[in-house]
Every structure is written in structure tokens, then in C-alpha cells.
Design a protein around this ligand. Structure first.
Ligand SMILES: Nc1ncnc2c1ncn2[C@@H]1O[C@H](COP(=O)(O)OP(=O)(O)OP(=O)(O)O)[C@@H](O)[C@H]1O
Ligand SMILES: [Mg+2]
Length: 160
């Protein structure tokens, strides 16, 4: 069984002088429960691979070849609206710089609750309970209090 399949992925950035091929023929499979580590020098394309898979490649970057399949379904050719129910529920990413992924003006809890309620038909208080449980799962102490803190009150690892 394969959860995620990346087949011959090519990502390009067109520019004035031509086209930069940033990813050239990347292929791998991930099975449920499997952890795949990818190692490479700075600029090798690790983050770009992740961004392409979850459909968050920044224009003018584009998938110029290959396929990405999640549970056997192609997700590389889905539009933003079709990807919305999948991203954040079936697939997600924790990037190097978690501070840019969190809104500094809102508490951590508010942001977790918003994401949960985007995907599940639960009330505010149910979502809050779930969010506290998720913080506990990651090993964050005093999750009931921490949930009302702001991102700048968390450490880098806690933000991730
Ligand atoms: N918007 C862009 N326009 C042009 N080239 C880009 C763009 N974004 C990324 N690249 C190029 O794609 C390549 C891969 O970058 P990427 O961020 O995936 O590297 P990385 O392997 O994650 O590196 P690090 O270990 O430093 O995080 C780099 O050469 C980078 O310059
Ligand atoms: Mg990176």
C-alpha cells in the first residue's frame, strides 16, 4: 500500500534568461506509517519538493512534469478550491520557519481552532478540546494554559 507517490516530478521557474529547472525527475513512495528522510545541501530542493507536494509552490514556480498521488488520487493537477479540503486534513507541512506560518496577532489556540473547524463539523468548545489534546500529543506542558498564548511566547520547536 502506498500513501504518497511522487513520480518523476519536475519543477521549473521561468525567468528572463530562460527556465531554471529546480527539481529534475524526483520519484519516491511513502507507505502509511513510514518516515522518509531527505538529506541534501542547502538549495538542493528539499523545501521545494514539500511545497510542490502540498500545492503551495509560489508562482512563477510551476510543476512542469510528473505526477503526485495521495491515496492513489492525483493531487498535482487540482485547483486551489479542490485542494482546500485535502490540505490541512489529509496532508500538511511544517516548514523551517514556523513563525511565518502563524499569525502573530492571534493566539495559538485561535489558529488551531480555526483550522479544525475548517475541516470538521464541530463546535468552538469541541474544537478547543481537540486543540488542547493535540498540543498535549506534541508534549507541550500545561497545554490548557499554553493554548491561549501567542506565537511569540512559544519556542521555535513549540511553534513547529
Ligand atoms: N521563487 C524562486 N525562484 C527561483 N528559484 C527558486 C525559488 N524558490 C526556490 N528556488 C531555488 O530552488 C532551489 C531549491 O530551494 P529549496 O528551498 O528547496 O532548498 P532546500 O533544499 O530546502 O535548502 P535548505 O537546506 O537551505 O533549506 C534553490 O536553488 C533555490 O534558489
Ligand atoms: Mg529548506
Amino acid at each position: 500500500m502506498t500513501l504518497l507517490q511522487v513520480k518523476n516530478l519536475v519543477v521549473e521557474f521561468p525567468n528572463r534568461r530562460g527556465t531554471l529547472r529546480a527539481l529534475d525527475d524526483i520519484s519516491f513512495d511513502i507507505a502509511p506509517g513510514e518516515i522518509l528522510g531527505v538529506v541534501g545541501e542547502s538549495g538542493a530542493g528539499k523545501s521545494l519538493t514539500g511545497a510542490s507536494i502540498i500545492g503551495l509552490l509560489e508562482p512563477p514556480g510551476r510543476v512542469a512534469g510528473g505526477q503526485i498521488l495521495l491515496e492513489g488520487q492525483r493531487i498535482d493537477n487540482l485547483g486551489f478550491d479542490a485542494m482546500r479540503p485535502i490540505r490541512g486534513r489529509k496532508i500538511g507541512a511544517i516548514f523551517q520557519d514556523p513563525l511565518t506560518s502563524l499569525n502573530p496577532l492571534y493566539t495559538v489556540g485561535r489558529q488551531l481552532i480555526e483550522t479544525i473547524r475548517t475541516h470538521l463539523p464541530v463546535t468552538e468548545s469541541e474544537a478547543r478540546k481537540r486543540a488542547i489534546g493535540l498540543l498535549q500529543d506534541t508534549g507541550i506542558p500545561a497545554a490548557e494554559q499554553r493554548i491561549d498564548h501567542f506565537p511569540h511566547q512559544f519556542s521555535g520547536g513549540m511553534r513547529q
